[in-house]
Design a binder for this molecule. Structure first.
Ligand SMILES: NC(=O)c1ccc[n+]([C@@H]2O[C@H](COP(=O)([O-])OP(=O)(O)OC[C@H]3O[C@@H](n4cnc5c(N)ncnc54)[C@H](O)[C@@H]3O)[C@@H](O)[C@H]2O)c1
Length: 331
């Protein structure tokens, strides 16, 4: 009998690539996604799709009753870290309470392993490079919600024996990423602006650095993790070792696209200036081998973006706090 996996957020960017790998591995995959950020086109036709929210306790219970999942891959979230200061209630309801709903049912239905995509946002102001031995110090509601879920999983293990594997990815990019969300995914935002011949919006001076990571160096490892016993009940940073600044990202994009786009400097926003992580623990356990070259991954995404066309950036409808909201995010 096939192993059954629930993938929340499976219509989204990372989730849809995790689904592809699980299907290639022979799992029966059920996707739960409310399509708030993902799209139908991302969904692997071999998966069963249920449109709905992780915040809907009745629906989540019904799904577990119907399918009796072996594994849960929980990727559904609204991952707009910078915006999370201004949508605190939504952030905690969606990203924290939604996650707890799933953990409750995973305990009740004896799931074998709960795989969770946390984020390096949990580290906040901490010594660089971030490593798993550090005590997290999240600086925004998004990171706080992720860390709270991590702690709840730890508690669910000691109290109820629920196994989990926690990944802390960072700055993942590639095909199927939502390029129409102006609050997140800087590579996608820039590519959307390149398609529209617009200057590239940079908060502050562009000297912030991030280690941008190709999707192929992330999704298959998340999918395959449940087969690695030694990974159970551990936390892994996952992603590139090479931070670059936003200005360097613009230069790389100009090079691969042949466009000479200029930065449009906006007022700085509240964010960690440099964020990159050590991946020794991941490398030891997962033996990833070769890493996708940055320019190759960028070119592949640009090819996909050109085929799919520019997207209209949507406004987040229900901003809860307007104080300190960056002017670029005001209507
Ligand atoms: N992309 C990154 O660089 C990155 C970095 C660190 C962590 N993560 C985490 O990885 C996961 C996937 O991120 P992504 O970049 O693929 O984002 P994404 O927006 O493409 O995917 C998230 C999916 O979750 C769905 N979703 C959101 N709220 C939901 C809800 N209440 N119920 C059901 N579905 C819901 C969205 O429709 C979307 O399809 C998230 O948990 C995110 O926090 C991403």
């Amino acid at each position: 009998m096939n192993l059954k996996s629930l993938v929340t957020g499976g219509a989204g960017f990372i989730g849809s690539h995790v689904v592809d790998q699980l299907i290639a591995n022979g799992h029966e995959v059920i996707i739960l996604d409310d399509l708030s950020g993902g799209v139908i086109d991302n969904i692997n036709p071999a998966a069963i799709f249920c449109k709905g929210s992780i915040t809907d306790v009745t629906l989540v219970n019904e799904l577990f009753k119907e399918y009796n999942f072996d594994y849960v891959y929980h990727l559904a979230a609204y991952a707009a870290e910078g915006l999370s200061h201004f949508i605190r209630k939504f952030n905690y309801e969606n990203n924290l309470i939604g996650s707890i709903n799933l953990i409750n049912v995973a305990v009740n239905f004896n799931v074998k392993c709960f795989v969770f995509t946390s984020s390096i946002a949990v580290y906040g102001q901490n010594e660089l490079p971030y490593h798993e031995g550090q005590f997290p110090n999240p600086e925004d509601p998004y990171g706080i919600a992720k860390f709270a879920v991590e702690m709840d999983l730890k508690n669910a293990k000691s109290m109820f024996g629920l196994n989990s594997i926690i990944f802390r990815p960072h700055n993942v990019f590639g095909a199927r990423q939502n390029i129409g969300d102006k609050y997140r995914n800087v590579v996608g935002i820039f590519m959307n602006q390149l398609l529209k011949n617009q200057p590239l919006s940079v908060f502050g001076d562009g000297n912030q650095s991030r280690a941008f990571t190709a999707i192929d160096d992330v999704a298959p490892f998340i999918a395959n993790a449940v087969n690695i016993d030694a990974a159970y009940n551990k936390v892994f940073n996952i992603g590139s070792d090479n931070p670059i600044t936003i200005i360097e990202l613009i230069a790389a994009l100009n090079k691969i696209t042949g466009i000479n786009a200029q930065p449009n400097f906006l007022e700085a926003r509240e964010e960690v200036e440099h964020a990159y992580a050590n991946h020794n623990q991941f490398n030891d356990q997962f033996e990833p081998g070769s890493v996708t070259p940055f320019s190759k991954a960028l070119s592949e995404m640009w090819e996909w973006v050109q085929k799919n066309g520019a997207k209209e950036s949507r406004e987040f409808d229900n901003i809860e706090i307007l104080k300190e909201l960056p002017s670029a995010w005001r209507k």
